[in-house]
Design a protein around this ligand. Structure first.
Ligand code: PLP
Length: 479
């Protein structure tokens, strides 16, 4: 493709995306494709001769779009949002256009130094502890996902706990990791990958009312395990759990970790960006002096296209110690000078995309003010929805909803719990089949609840009002 052809098709693609944004509400939120449908519509063999980009664009509409679930639709309330925005899309396009691979400082100094600046900016915007800034012993790094951040944190914690023995000789004795029943499954996956083993992921009780980890129980479990000869490696506290956005008591957990010398990783994948608003900055309580690593996903709720997780560490030495490896073909003068950061040492893969461009574009386009406004809108709309649910006798509400997620269910008066759960799931399926909205569910203390996660940039008060009306009507029809 020549630059001129690129210019022509590039304009078509940008127009296509802008048209898509304008007409997104005309699509059913949840794709109605049946399994195999997209696959069948695709030729079994690749073309021998190039086809031209018109053909790709035509098939995008004909074959691909029916298989798309529209995450940017204002009626998308499932899981957590995936926030796309104009500046992030353009930042990603620039990154693709530059085609830079930023494994080493030397392979594109701007790729590294912009990332250092932007992760510092985000730390400042969120009011994170000074220890996470690059000027001290710590610093931030962009990962693809919170799952990768957790794996990297575990590897750094292992390195600190055993002086690098596991990395060198393999895991020889029992190592343990501490989560709660509400912790994201990525921690168990990371423990499996790191060789700690799922059986050594210890599940600490939660308070049944708040669903927050019990620090006294954590303390007792770490002490028992250590006494039995295990090496406690890492505790994961969560700020904003996946199921219900419960918040673990980070300060109390941090004190336990400090006493036992265990690494504290704080997973704030969804909720962490809420700290951009001073009134929500309480979510950082306990980080300072306690958290060894902290991760949040601008791609969930901060107007940044997937993928963009930021992981900060208070001390980069164990991280680099765990992951640095220097074959001859990567040797270069800049790395050897010790004056530069090589982010390949802060992640699993060697190669890395220039993700900082999109985060930079987002922060500059919206400014702190615009980012706060986005988070506040989500919180305000969630508050409104929660107030309607609370005021309706036919529904029960999970009162804890500090962010954009509201969990509730119809009371289904008279139905035993099992049947009520089945009815709630039936209701969810009917709503999702309508094409107007898409929500997901969770189970809290054995009962199925609907989850409405507000935070797609296109969602307005009117959309939420209509959604609530729709849920009430469908629930009444099923009752
Ligand atoms: N941690 C929490 C609390 C989450 O809610 C999620 C996803 O929703 C994850 C981790 C995993 O996120 P990722 O897809 O970035 O790996």
């Amino acid at each position: 493709m020549t630059p001129d052809e690129f210019r022509r098709y590039g304009r078509q693609v940008v127009d296509w995306i802008a048209d898509y944004q304008e007409r997104i509400e005309s699509y059913p939120v949840l794709s109605r494709a049946r399994p195999g449908e997209v696959l069948e519509a695709l030729p079994e063999h690749p073309p021998e001769r190039g086809e031209g980009f018109e053909a790709v664009l035509a098939d995008l509409d004909r074959v691909i779009m029916p298989g798309i679930t529209h995450w940017q639709h204002p009626g998308f309330y499932a899981y957590f949002p995936a926030n796309a925005s104009g500046p992030a899309i353009l930042g990603d396009l620039l990154s693709a256009g530059l085609g830079v691979q930023g494994m080493l400082w030397a392979t594109s100094p701007a790729c590294t130094e912009l990332e250092t600046r932007v992760t510092d900016w985000l730390a400042e915007l969120l009011g994170l502890p000074a220890a996470f800034r690059a000027a001290g012993a710590g610093g931030g790094v962009i990962q693809d996902s919170a799952s990768s951040a957790a794996l990297v944190a575990i590897l750094a914690a292992l390195h600190r706990a055993d002086g690098g023995a596991a990395g060198r000789d393999g895991i020889a004795r029992r190592h343990t990791l501490y989560v709660s029943s509400q912790t994201h499954s990525s921690l168990e996956k990371a423990a499996r990958i790191a060789g700690i083993g799922a059986a050594n992921v210890r599940i600490v009780d939660v308070d049944p009312a708040t669903l927050a980890m019990d620090p006294a129980r954590l303390d007792a479990m770490i002490a028992e395990d250590a006494a039995a000869g295990a090496l406690p490696v890492l505790v994961c506290a969560t700020v904003g759990t996946t199921s219900t956005t419960a918040v673990d008591p980070v300060a109390a957990i941090g004190e336990v970790c400090g006493r036992h010398g265990v690494w504290l990783h704080v997973d704030a994948a969804y909720a962490g960006v809420a700290a951009v608003c001073p009134e929500l900055r309480w979510i950082n309580d306990g980080l300072d002096g306690h958290a060894d690593s902290y991760a949040t996903n601008p791609h969930k709720w901060l107007l940044t296209n997937f993928d963009c997780n930021v992981l900060w560490v208070a001390d980069r030495a164990p991280l680099v110690g765990a992951l640095s490896i220097l074959p001859e073909y990567l040797r270069n003068r800049a790395s050897e000078s010790g004056e530069v950061v090589d982010y390949r040492d802060w992640q699993i893969s060697l190669g890395r995309r220039f993700r900082a461009l999109k985060l930079w574009s987002v922060i500059r386009w919206y400014g702190a003010e615009g980012l706060r406004e986005h988070v506040r809108t989500g919180v305000r709309l969630a508050d409104e929805l929660a107030s309607w649910v609370r005021g309706d006798e036919a529904f029960e509400l999970l009162e804890h909803h500090p962010f954009g997620l509201v969990c509730f269910r119809p009371r289904w008066d008279g139905l035993p719990d099992g049947e009520a759960d089945a009815a709630t799931l039936r209701l969810m399926d009917r709503l999702n089949a309508s094409g107007d909205l898409y929500l997901s569910h969770t189970k809290v203390n054995g009962r199925v609840l609907l989850r409405v996660a507000i935070g797609a940039p296109a969602t307005t008060a009117e959309h939420v009002r209509k959604t609530w009306q729709r849920i009430r009507e469908e629930a009444a029809a099923l009752a």
